[in-house]
Design a protein around this ligand. Structure first.
Ligand code: ADP
Ligand code: MG
Length: 152
């Protein structure tokens, strides 16, 4: 599916809608250049997962992984500075991606071979200063669910 947002706020709303469609154990790979909106979409996703909790989402570029705790853990992983996929294997990425929490991954192409086949892939493109395009790829049932929620 494809979606276009015209502002940061619309991207947050889009993230919240996607979040309502996710099950525990989901892995979301956010593809896109610096400044395209991966961290902004993550803020929307986390807000949608735990609407009653105020969680501060920050880019984990230096930490590599931020963990947010709601009813279950959300792992926010940024692979930008990752030299080698083995670094992530060492910090136990399998536990994140095959556990019962939700994993959100920026720069996932660095670890593409570690991503589960059911991963929801979102490709973000900056179309204009404040317009962003989102191409969402994944299991057809999940895409249908997202499409329905986005179109109400
Ligand atoms: N429609 C939009 N959606 C998301 N971010 C937008 C949008 N329009 C402008 N922006 C700006 O683009 C930047 C996106 O930054 P960020 O989410 O940190 O990107 P990334 O994590 O991909 O590097 C922010 O400064 C945000 O305000
Ligand atoms: Mg980012």
């Amino acid at each position: 599916m494809v979606e276009i947002t015209q502002s940061e706020k619309e991207t947050l709303v889009f993230g919240k809608k996607i979040a309502r469609c996710l099950d525990r154990g989901a892995v979301i790979a956010l593809h896109g250049d610096l400044g395209s909106g991966k961290t902004t979409l993550t803020k929307g996703l986390v807000a949608g997962l735990f609407p009653r909790k105020k969680i501060t989402v920050k880019s984990p570029s230096f930490a590599l992984v931020n963990q947010y705790q709601g009813a279950y853990p959300v792992y926010h992983i940024d692979c930008y500075r990752l030299e080698d996929a083995e670094d992530l294997e060492q910090i136990g990425i399998d536990e994140f991606m095959y556990g019962s929490g939700i994993s959100i991954i920026e720069w996932p192409e660095k670890i593409s071979r570690l991503l589960p086949p059911e991963t929801l892939h979102i490709y973000i493109t900056a179309l204009h200063e404040t317009a962003r395009g989102f191409l969402v790829r994944g299991r057809s049932e999940l895409l249908e669910k997202i499409r329905r929620r986005v179109n109400v």
